[in-house]
Design a protein around this ligand. Structure first.
Ligand code: SIN
Length: 287
């Protein structure tokens, strides 16, 4: 049975983010309800659904409405975090028998775009909160359409005509990935090349597409010039006027569009517990 509900979309008041009310994501959505969610997502870039109660199959079923799911990365021990549900990536600092049940610990995750170091980065990330700390661990989001549309003309000229290398050797907490070499020269690090101005395939709007700052490089420019341009671009993009922050409650489902949004996460107390389950929807080659 599908659910036909009266959806209410309540914008955050910032340049991105909206609450979607009146929907139970544990139930199958009608085509009409899903279409309303999709429209809201394209308009507000980050959607939050509060008070949800989802098991892993329901989280997977909802996420699949947006497209094919990526499998979660293999952990350092060579396993999946939840072997029965390989689509679920656990983001958590919790240890069981001395072993981490998920990734990213309790430290800050710097501004980034999920997995942009791949040729086909995921288009959507969906995070569901099962346990949250009393304070800290908030997730910030940036509207990269706004960043693009307000660029000074000299930066816009560079962005419109260049690509950027997205370093695949480190994660968003700055940790070296298993097997990666600790290279200091951004020109030498491995990673995908993507246009700095990315066109959203559904909205047709352009967004600045940055990935991560560390080890980024703009091929075709001398290293010092690439560094100077990237410093200016990042300083422009990180302005508070382009941001909205999610303060988590248990039962929040938050989904964001990696094609036009960057995100970061605050650190929180290592003695607190934070458990999130994340799915990601496959994307296409940025253009
Ligand atoms: C992430 O960077 O994908 C995780 C965000 C979070 O833990 O809030």
């Amino acid at each position: 049975m599908t659910v036909t509900t009266q959806l209410n979309v309540r914008p955050s008041g910032a340049v991105l983010g909206a609450d979607v009310e009146g929907v139970d994501l544990s139930q199958p959505l009608s085509a009409e309800a899903f279409d309303a969610i999709l429209q809201a997502w394209h308009s507000h870039l980050v959607l939050r659904f509060r008070g949800q109660r989802l098991d892993d199959p329901a989280l997977i079923a909802f996420s699949r409405r947006f497209g094919t799911l990526d499998l979660a990365p293999i952990t350092v021990t060579g396993e999946r975090e939840i072997p029965e549900f390989p689509e679920i990536n656990v983001i958590s600092n919790v240890l069981v028998d001395g072993r981490a049940i998920g990734s990213l610990g309790s430290y800050e995750a710097e501004w980034h775009t999920d997995m942009s170091y791949n040729d086909l980065p995921p288009m959507m990330s969906c995070l569901y909160s099962l346990e949250v700390p009393d304070s800290g661990g908030n997730t910030g989001f940036l509207n990269m359409y706004e960043a693009y549309e307000t660029l000074p003309s000299d930066l816009r000229q560079v962005v419109d005509t260049h690509r950027c290398k997205h370093d695949s050797s480190r994660n968003s907490a700055g940790e070296l990935r298993k097997g990666a070499r600790d290279l200091k020269d951004p020109r030498e690090v491995p990673g995908a090349l993507h246009p700095l101005a990315r066109t959203h395939p559904a909205t047709g709007r352009k967004a600045v597409f940055l990935g991560r700052r560390r080890n980024a490089y703009i091929p075709g420019l001398p290293l010092d010039e690439s560094e100077a341009v990237l410093d200016r671009l990042w300083a422009h993009a990180l302005q508070p006027r382009f941001q909205w922050e999610q303060v988590w409650r248990v039962g929040d489902v938050v989904l964001w569009d990696n094609r036009c949004v960057m995100h970061r996460r605050d650190a929180f107390s290592a003695s607190a517990r934070r458990i999130m389950h994340r799915t990601q929807v496959q994307g296409d080659r940025p253009f």
